[in-house]
Structures are given as C-alpha cells and as structure tokens.
Ligand binder design. Structure first.
Ligand code: PAF
Length: 284
C-alpha cells in the first residue's frame, strides 16, 4: 500500500489507473477507523479494481466552538488497518495540502442543510460538500462509499453529485453497531463511562419509533413525543439536540408518516454529540 500526501501525485496516479481501464473505489474518512469504516473499505474492495482511502480531519466542517482539537486521531494504527483491509492508496494530506491560503470557492446544497444537523451546525455541510468535491476531483473515483449513520450527509452529497454531474456512483452502506446497539463512531471514545452506558438507548428510542409506526401510528408529533418520554426515562446525561422525522431523500420535515420516512436523533453528552437514525417504511 502506498501512502500519499500530495493531491497532485494522487491525481496523476488515479488518472493513470483510469486510462488503463481500472475502476476506482473511494472511502473518504476522518480517521480513527472502526468497524464501520472497515465495512466501507470491504465494500470498495469487492466492487472496484483499486481502492483509495483518505484520512483528513477537515477543518472547514467544524465551527470554532466544535471538537476539531479533540477529534480522536491515531494515524499509525489507521495506516495498519487500511493496509490489512486491502487499500491500495492511503491519502493523508495536511490542511495546507488541501486548502490554498487564497481559496475562495465553496460548494453548498442549502436546502438539504437546513434541517437536522444543519440546524445546529450551520456551516458544517458547506465544509463537507467542499472537501468531498475536492476529494472527488483528486481521486477521480467510479464509486464512493459512505455510511448511512450520516444519512443527511449522504442525501446532500447525492444531490451535489447529480447537480454538478460528478461521474461517480455513491454507495450508501448500513450502520455498523456495537453489540448493545450503539452506532459505531470515532467519537464514542470521548463518552464518559456512565454516558457510554446510556448511549445505546439512543438506538432503542429509534426502534420504539419504528414499532409505533408499524403498529399504525401516523402522527409524527405523537411518535416523537413517545420517544422523547422514553429518552427522558433512560438518558440522564445527554441532552436532545434534535429528534425529527424527515423525508429520507430531501431531508424535509414531515408532519405525517409517509411510506418511507427517516427518524433521526442527535444528542449532546459532555464532550461529544452523537447522531443516529432509522429508516421506517410504513404499510399504506
Ligand atoms: O463522514 C465523514 O467522515 C466526513 O464528513 C467526510 C465525508 C470524510 C468529509 O470530511
């Protein structure tokens, strides 16, 4: 496996691969890899001839008051994991490699960024779209793999890829969970012991929403109220940032459960904010 830091060097290599007729699978990450990331690399390995993994903690998707400084990092361990998972190139640029000091271009999909995480992180998705657009131009992938835990990110990137005609297919991959149901996240290590014990209830609350819809509930406000009560009974150290039901494709809020809807939650603990979601398909 090659480790590349210079975007132009990587771009030359991937252009060469494309000319040779090889397909490229790309897994963009911010490092501190876990089973969820490894499942994306596995999918890429199965689908493409060459696999590129990037590790870049993108500063433009963090607001000044957010956890950029404490975002967990372990580049040596990450490198070994990517190598054993079968990556061909690990791309680890520095901030200066990725952002020219005179950079003045942003990529935004505002209508997809106004709800859920975008409501409390108003500049987050602009940073995500901009860096992913740059990474796509550098890596030139045929396929790019994203976890469905960041469902809003995936929906918004699908819109961006379609609108800007990037020649890449986005592949959404299922959430990978711990044995107790907590969605795997690099940020889980920053939970305190008692917070970690309460965090699996996030997923259990979403399961309750799904059960209520399966039993016939259609009024979103009532389902949300039941889940809020459940959270208040089981989670004492976390504060709900949002608990919403949205259209899974457009991320617009729903009042009434439709055939497909997404229940999504974000909760703030002392040092971390966790997100999770559940796609629910109602019988009409
Ligand atoms: O999901 C992430 O880890 C990041 O948002 C991404 C897509 C790597 C962009 O920095």
């Amino acid at each position: 496996m090659q480790v590349v830091t210079n975007p132009r060097v990587l771009q030359e290599e991937t252009i060469r691969w494309r000319r040779e007729g090889l397909t490229i699978g790309f897994v963009p990450t911010m490092g501190f890899l876990h089973e969820g990331h490894l499942s994306l690399i596995e999918r890429a390995r199965a689908k493409a001839d060459k696999v590129v993994v990037s590790i870049f903690v993108n500063p433009t998707q963090f607001a000044p008051n957010e956890d950029l400084a404490s975002y967990p990092r372990d580049p040596v361990r990450d490198q070994a994991l990517v190598e054993s998972a079968g990556g061909d190139i690990l791309f680890m640029p520095s901030d200066a490699d990725m952002y020219d000091p005179h950079a003045a271009t942003w990529v935004e999909v505002p209508s997809f960024a106004k709800n859920l995480c975008g409501a409390s992180r108003p500049t987050h998705f602009r940073g995500v779209c901009t860096v992913v657009a740059k990474l796509f131009n550098i890596v030139q992938p045929h396929y790019a793999f994203f976890g469905e835990k960041d469902w809003q990110q995936l929906a918004l990137l699908r819109r961006m890829v379609c609108d800007l005609m990037f020649p890449v297919e986005l592949v959404g991959c299922p959430i990978v969970r711990e044995d107790d149901g907590l969605a795997r996240s690099s940020r889980n290590v920053n939970l305190l012991e008692q917070e970690r014990a309460e965090a699996p209830y996030l997923n259990k609350g979403l399961e309750l929403a799904k059960r209520l819809v399966e039993q016939g509930a259609r009024d979103v406000a009532k389902v949300i109220e039941a889940v809020e009560i459940y959270y208040n009974q089981h989670i004492f150290l976390g504060k709900i940032d949002y608990l919403s039901c949205v259209d899974p494709d457009t991320i617009e809020n729903l009042d009434h459960v439709e055939t497909r809807c997404l229940f999504a939650v974000a909760m703030r603990f002392s040092k971390v904010r966790l997100i999770d979601n559940r796609l629910v398909c109602a019988q009409s």
